[in-house]
Design a binder for this molecule. Structure first.
Ligand SMILES: NC(=O)c1ccc[n+]([C@@H]2O[C@H](COP(=O)([O-])OP(=O)(O)OC[C@H]3O[C@@H](n4cnc5c(N)ncnc54)[C@H](OP(=O)(O)O)[C@@H]3O)[C@@H](O)[C@H]2O)c1
Length: 268
């Protein structure tokens, strides 16, 4: 799929969390391919800075919409904004998400319920809203940010790992429902990647982020967009991450769970 003019309308990709990290890199890749963008995040200044950066380099329009996906109404607000602006969405990238490290007995429940809202509920609601118009025109792409965390339980980050298992399961099921519809769903499963994610989740000292190389968000984005445009169902960038994703096939689940705990723990 390539961006094309449809009368005067260029195709648009909606990217949640498009102001930073992997989402911003996905936005840049799609802009390079000629898609107009709609980017969503909480901080309007960061959104406008990202839009300015992209529009300064590529001949595309970047719409910005400041919205907090922890709010239940946010997906409907985003949908209504784009409909009122008469901007059909050809590509939906459900990227916004965050984690939280620590033992479940001690972590902040408010933050965890917000995480479930952003990582699971908002992603599901946005897909519910934007999918029917895609089915109607028999064309569309959905890219959901899962993680290598989706493939096994994650002690010391239990809720986050579980949210990503949901994203992977939901995406694969939906992809199968939509076969032959013209709409594809891709779950992108990065490993540790150099963004603000680790500091937000308080896991910068975990072995996962200190022992092995950390991936570059631009490469992760390039890989994910290519997989999405090819309609690939699951996309795991890099050999190390592919290995992690296969670990459950060769070792009992209790073992992969213990290994995940060791990796989530800090080195000290
Ligand atoms: N980095 C990794 O190691 C890694 C690995 C695997 C998977 N992932 C997944 O990749 C996705 C992107 O993560 P990242 O590493 O790029 O994180 P990041 O650098 O922290 O960027 C997060 C983006 O989401 C936005 N965002 C955060 N909370 C939001 C909210 N409540 N409402 C709306 N927007 C919100 C942020 O902008 P504002 O703060 O302005 O809202 C920012 O644009 C996440 O789903 C994450 O789980 C990351």
């Amino acid at each position: 799929m390539r961006s094309k003019r449809n009368g005067t309308q260029r195709q648009t990709a909606l990217i949640t969390g498009g102001s930073g990290g992997i989402g911003l890199e996905i936005a840049k890749v799609l802009a390079r391919k000629g898609f107009d963008l709609a980017i969503v995040a909480r901080n309007r200044d960061s959104l406008e800075a990202a839009a300015g950066q992209i529009e300064g380099k590529h001949d595309v329009k970047v719409h910005v919409f400041a919205s907090d996906l922890r709010r239940r109404e946010a997906p409907q607000d985003i949908f209504d904004f784009l409909r009122n602006e008469n901007i059909p969405v050809e590509i939906l990238v459900n990227n916004a998400g965050f984690g939280l490290g620590g033992e479940f007995a001690d972590t902040d429940v408010t933050r965890e319920l917000e995480m479930i809202q952003v990582n699971i509920a908002a992603l599901t609601h946005l897909t519910k809203l934007f999918l029917p118009p895609m089915i109607k025109v028999k064309s569309g792409r959905i890219l959901n940010l899962a993680s290598t965390a989706a493939f096994q339980p994650g002690p010391l980050m239990a809720v986050y790992y579980a949210t990503k298992a949901y994203v992977l399961s939901f995406s694969e099921a939906l992809a199968e429902e939509l076969r032959d519809s013209g709409v594809t769903v891709t779950a992108l499963c990065p490993g540790a990647t150099r963004t603000d994610f680790a500091s937000t989740a308080h896991v910068t000292q975990s072995r996962l982020f200190t022992l092995f190389g950390i991936d570059d968000p631009a490469s992760v984005a390039e890989y994910g967009v290519t997989a999405m445009l090819h309609g690939q169902r699951v996309a795991i960038p890099g050999f190390k991450n592919k290995l992690v994703a296969q670990a459950h096939r060769i070792s009992p689940r209790v073992v992969t769970t213990k290994v995940a705990r060791i990796l989530q723990d800090s080195r000290t």
